[in-house]
Every structure is written in C-alpha cells, then in structure tokens.
Design a protein around this ligand. Structure first.
Ligand SMILES: NC(=O)c1ccc[n+]([C@@H]2O[C@H](COP(=O)([O-])OP(=O)(O)OC[C@H]3O[C@@H](n4cnc5c(N)ncnc54)[C@H](OP(=O)(O)O)[C@@H]3O)[C@@H](O)[C@H]2O)c1
Length: 285
C-alpha cells in the first residue's frame, strides 16, 4: 500500500463524471507516478463508480498485482438503482458477502486487497461480522480487513474475534480531534494503521478565521519549503509519528502529481506547531 492513497469518491457521478477513457488515463497517470493504491466504496457514485473504474482498469492493461484496491461496505441508501426507504447500515452476513461479490465483479478483480466496514452500526453483530470476514479471507476474496469511522470502543468490540489492520477516519488540520482524543494513540498501541480521509479539511472550502490564520502562516512556509498550501496540509499530517496514510480526493492530474512531493517535506517541529497554533487560535498550554 502506498503512503498516499488515491480516493475515487468524486471520479464518477458524485463529482467530475469522468468518462471510462478519462478514468483509464487517470489510473495510468497515478501508476506512472507510483500511486498504486485506490480507495473505493460500494456506494460511490450511487453504486456506479466501482464498475466504471473496473472498466477503466481493464482498458489500462496494468497488471492487477501492481495495484492495491480498497473498498468498503455497509452503507445502504436510496438512489436510482436501490429502492431502500432510508439510509441505513447493514452488516448482515448476506449483505457483506453480496457487497464484496459485487465490488469484485465491478472492479474486474478476483480479490480486494483491503475491505473496510464503512461506518459503525449500533446493530452490528460482531460475531456475524468476524465469521463472515473470516470466510471471505479463507476464500481469497479479501486479503486484509479494517474499518472506517470507528471509535476505539467499536474497534475493541469487533477485534475480540478478528484482526483489524486499518481504521480510515476523517483527519486533517481542520479536524485533528483523533490526535487529541486518544483515537490515534489507540491505533498505535494496537498496531492499527490510520488512513486520513479529507486530508485537506475545509481549507479550500471555507474562509474561516482559522483558515485565514493558517493562510498567513503558509505565506512564509510556502517559501521556506518551496511548496504550496496543499502539500503543507499533507506534510502536517505526514509528520505524525504514527505514519498516517492520507487519502487524496483531487481528480486533477497536476494536483495528484503535486501531492507526491508532500512526502519530501519534513516540517520543522516549530513549523508544525505554528500551523497547529494557527488553527486553534492560541498557543499550546
Ligand atoms: N471513509 C469515509 O467515510 C470517507 C468519507 C469521505 C471520503 N473518503 C475517501 O477519502 C477521499 C478523499 O476525500 P476528500 O475528497 O474529502 O479529500 P481532500 O483531498 O481533502 O479534498 C479533495 C477536494 O479538494 C479539492 N482541492 C484539492 N486541491 C485544491 C486546491 N488547491 N484548491 C481548491 N480545491 C482543491 C478537490 O477538487 P479537485 O478535484 O477539483 O482538485 C476535491 O474536491 C475520497 O475520495 C474517498 O476515497 C472516505
């Protein structure tokens, strides 16, 4: 798995509506830039993006072995192809199996490198989940297993019977609570990797006082590190000793390529804290 993961949530109907050819070119572009890990979920694009990506992957001619596919299951929501009444979570044996089988056929692959449960459900039966995941691992349909948006208590509950390798959580300078509330410590203690979704936070979305303060700090840091704001935001995440893996959401080649350079930045400790302080609006105690 690459340290920087490529998110596909907005490649299709939930965003840029890329054609199969455009997706295929993007997969090749990522592969050429040593970005081989793609993050999916069954629901992306209203259950359509995985199959578009799968067709695009086939067009590339790239060997399956050189790519790493992550997908998620568990959310069910009403959309054109599904007539559920309300959005809900389903971790029944049948649903997990059906979802994995359709991810495999959509993505044109025999196996997922990693399956994640998309969100914790109050109704999840951890015995059923672990038996089902075990079965999928034994069948070779999934190589590894993890969760997403789980709190430490959810992980403790589920990990009694099954190994959890990853937790994919929202994490950025805009939302650093997992670093402060013990979530990432818990991951480190238990050997669970952390993936960060929305790693750019709301920096490009909201002109808040927090972001205005960060922008001010970035003016000198951009010059010092010869970089741009996106990479400073990623470098802030990458500096954490738990080796967090950011999942980048951009669909633009130049920005994807640029993100690779964030791995070369090692923020000085005081610079890391100056970004943290700017977000908080006060010095650390
Ligand atoms: N597990 C979960 O519950 C969960 C939830 C959400 C997301 N995810 C995963 O995480 C991935 C990334 O999430 P995200 O899309 O929120 O990540 P992000 O990388 O924080 O944000 C990407 C967004 O920022 C925009 N952007 C990037 N650079 C910019 C710039 N310089 N100026 C202005 N806008 C810029 C992108 O637009 P352009 O495309 O135009 O560059 C895109 O809309 C998703 O694709 C998905 O795989 C998982």
């Amino acid at each position: 798995m690459n340290r920087i993961i490529v998110g596909t949530m907005t490649w299709g109907k939930w965003g840029k509506n890329l054609s199969i050819k455009e997706m295929s070119d993007k997969i090749k572009f990522c592969h050429d830039h040593a970005l081989n890990t793609f993050d999916h979920a069954d629901i992306y694009g209203g259950y359509t993006t995985e199959s578009e990506f799968g067709k695009a992957f086939k067009l590339t001619g790239i060997s399956r072995k050189s790519l790493f596919f992550i997908s998620k299951c568990g959310i069910q929501y009403p959309c054109d192809s599904k007539n559920y009444i309300i959005k809900h979570y389903n971790y029944s044996r049948q649903h997990i199996i059906n979802s994995v089988n359709s991810s495999l056929s959509n993505l044109n692959t025999d196996y997922l490198d990693l399956l994640l449960l998309h969100r914790p459900s109050p109704l999840m039966d951890t015995d059923i989940i672990s038996d089902t995941v075990d079965e999928l691992i034994k069948q070779g349909k999934i190589k590894d297993f993890g969760v997403s948006n789980f709190k430490p208590s959810h992980i403790e509950l589920l990990s009694k019977n099954i190994n959890i390798s990853w937790n994919q959580i929202e994490y950025s300078i805009s939302n650093s609570s997992p670093m402060l509330d013990g979530t990432i410590d818990f991951h480190q203690i238990n050997g669970i990797g952390t993936m960060a979704w929305s790693p750019l936070g709301d920096f490009f979305k909201i002109d808040s006082p927090e972001n205005q303060r960060i922008k001010k700090i970035f003016e000198s840091l951009k010059e010092k590190y010869g970089t741009n704001s996106e990479n400073l935001l990623l470098a802030w995440i990458l500096k954490h000793p738990s080796r967090i893996h950011p999942i980048i959401g951009t669909t633009i080649d130049k920005r994807i390529e640029n993100a690779c350079d964030s791995l070369k930045i090692n923020l000085d400790i005081e610079d890391w804290f100056s970004i943290f302080e700017a977000q908080k609006g006060e010095r650390v105690p």
